[in-house]
Design a protein around this ligand. Structure first.
Ligand code: NAD
Ligand code: ZN
Length: 375
C-alpha cells in the first residue's frame, strides 16, 4: 500500500516536471531616470577582491562621451568598447573570454553590459563562457550550460528587444544563429535608466521599438498563449500603442518604451515568438540584416497571419515617417534563398506557436520563398 502511494506520488511529480517549465527571473532591478548613478554602490558588495575586477562591455557609440565617464571604475576594472555594427558572434565571445582570462590573474568579479541587445547579449554570453569551457558555439541551444555564470549586470541604452529580461543570448555561430538558452543566462541585476536612451537615432528607435511590438503581436496571437504571457503581452502592447501612436512628452515616451520592452520580454518567456522572427532569423543568417529592421522588413508583409497587427504597424510607420528599404531579397542566388528558407523553417517552436502543430502543411518551403521574394 505504502509503496503504491509512493510510486504514484513519484509519477505525479514526474508528470508535472515535464509539463511546466520552472524559469528563473532577473532577481534585482533598479528603475528610474538617473538610476545609472547608483551603479557603483550596486557593484560594491559583489567585488571579490581588488584583483578581481569588474569588466564593463560598453557600446562604442558612447566612446569619448559622458556616459563612459560615469562608469564607476575601480582597481583593475576594465572598460572595453565594442561596436554594435554587427550582431554578436560565438567567435567574438571566445576571443573576449580568452583576452579576459589572460589579462587578469583572478577571475573577474562580474561582467557589466551597457548598450542595446547586442551588448546585453555579449555580456550574458561572456559571463557564461568565463566559467564554462569553450567554444561558445557548443552551448547554442537549450539547457546546455553546466556551471553558473559570473555575476552579470545588464544596462539597456535602447528599448525594445527584451534582452534585459530574457533567458537567452542570441549568437551567430559557425552553423546557426541560435541563443544560449539556460537558467544561468538571465542577468543577476538590471539597471533601467530611461535617460540612457536619450541619444538613440529616430530610425533605430523605431526598429528596436518594433521588436517589442512584434514580440507582443506574435505572443498574443500564438497557440502557446496562456494567462501569464497574455498579462505581460497586453500591457506591453498598450504601452507600445501609447508610445508609437500618441504624442507623449519625450521623457514619458522613453520611460514607457523601456517598460514595454521589459513586459514584452516577460511575455515571450512563457510563450514564443512567431512568423516574423523565424523569417527575420533567415534574413539575418544569410544577409546579416539586423534584428530590429529585419523584423520590420518581414512583418509589413504578414497581413495574412497578423492582420490587425500589421495594420497598426503601418500606422506607426506612417506617423513616424519610416521608409523601409526595398528589394532586399531581389538579387539572392537560388542557393542563398534555399539557405534562408531552411534556416527559418528550422525554428520549429516558433512555427508551432504561430501556426499550430500542423504548421508544416501550412508553411511550405515554396510559400515561405514567395513571402521572402516580397521583401
Ligand atoms: P543594437 O544593440 O544592435 O544597437 C542598435 C544601434 O543603436 C547601434 O548602432 C548602437 O550603437 C545604437 N545605440 C544603442 N544605444 C544607443 C544610444 N543610447 N544612443 C545612440 N545610439 C545607441 O540594437 P538592439 O535592437 O537593441 O539589439 C539587437 C540585438 O538584440 C540583436 O543581436 C538581437 O539578436 C538581439 N536580441 C536579443 C534578444 C534576447 O532575448 N536576448 C531578444 C531580441 C533581440
Ligand atoms: Zn525580437
Amino acid at each position: 500500500m505504502q509503496l503504491k502511494k509512493e510510486t504514484s506520488l513519484k509519477n505525479q511529480i514526474k508528470d508535472n516536471l515535464s509539463k511546466y517549465r520552472n524559469f528563473p527571473m532577473v532577481p534585482r532591478v533598479i528603475y528610474g531616470p538617473g538610476s545609472f548613478g547608483q551603479l557603483g554602490e550596486i557593484l560594491m558588495p559583489h567585488r571579490k577582491s581588488s584583483d578581481a575586477p569588474i569588466i564593463f562591455l560598453v557600446d562604442d557609440v558612447f566612446e569619448g562621451g559622458e556616459l563612459a565617464e560615469r562608469v564607476p571604475l575601480m582597481f583593475d576594472d576594465q572598460l572595453i568598447f565594442i561596436s554594435a555594427d554587427e550582431e554578436p558572434k560565438t567567435e567574438q565571445v571566445d576571443v573576449l573570454v580568452q583576452k579576459l582570462l589572460s589579462d587578469h590573474n583572478e577571475l573577474p568579479s562580474g561582467i557589466v553590459g551597457i548598450g542595446g541587445g547586442t551588448l546585453l547579449d555579449l555580456a550574458k554570453a561572456v559571463a557564461i563562457m568565463m566559467t564554462n569551457n569553450g567554444p561558445a558555439s557548443d552551448y547554442q541551444g537549450w539547457d546546455l550550460v553546466k556551471k553558473p555564470a559570473l555575476y552579470h549586470v545588464g544596462i539597456p541604452t535602447i528599448s525594445g528587444t527584451g534582452a534585459e529580461v530574457s533567458r537567452t543570448t542570441v549568437l551567430l555561430g559557425p552553423h546557426k544563429k541560435l541563443g544560449i538558452n539556460s537558467d544561468y543566462t538571465p542577468f543577476d541585476q538590471v539597471v533601467l535608466d530611461p535617460d540612457l536612451t536619450l541619444g538613440v537615432p529616430a530610425d533605430q528607435w523605431f526598429y528596436t521599438g518594433m521588436d517589442c511590438y512584434i514580440h507582443c503581436v506574435e505572443s498574443l496571437n500564438g497557440t502557446f498563449l496562456n494567462a501569464f504571457s497574455q498579462s505581460y503581452g497586453e500591457k506591453a502592447l498598450d504601452l507600445c500603442k501609447e508610445v508609437f501612436l500618441e504624442d507623449l512628452p519625450d521623457d514619458e515616451s522613453r520611460e514607457k518604451l523601456m517598460m514595454a520592452s521589459w513586459h514584452g520580454g516577460m511575455s515571450i518567456a512563457y510563450s514564443q515568438v512567431g512568423v516574423a522572427h523565424a523569417m527575420s532569423y533567415g534574413l539575418s543568417y544569410v544577409l546579416g540584416t539586423k534584428h530590429g529592421i529585419g523584423n520590420c522588413l518581414v512583418f509589413q508583409h504578414l497581413d495574412e497571419f497578423y492582420p490587425e497587427g500589421v495594420k497598426l504597424f503601418r500606422q506607426m510607420q506612417e506617423k513616424h515617417n519610416i521608409h523601409l528599404p526595398e528589394g532586399i531579397c531581389a538579387s539572392l542566388s537560388d542557393e542563398q534563398m534555399d539557405t534562408m528558407v531552411n534556416v527559418a523553417l528550422g525554428l520549429e517552436p516558433l512555427w508551432q506557436n504561430a501556426l499550430g502543430p500542423e504548421w508544416r502543411q501550412i508553411m511550405t518551403p515554396s510559400r515561405l520563398k514567395a513571402l521572402y521574394e516580397k521583401i
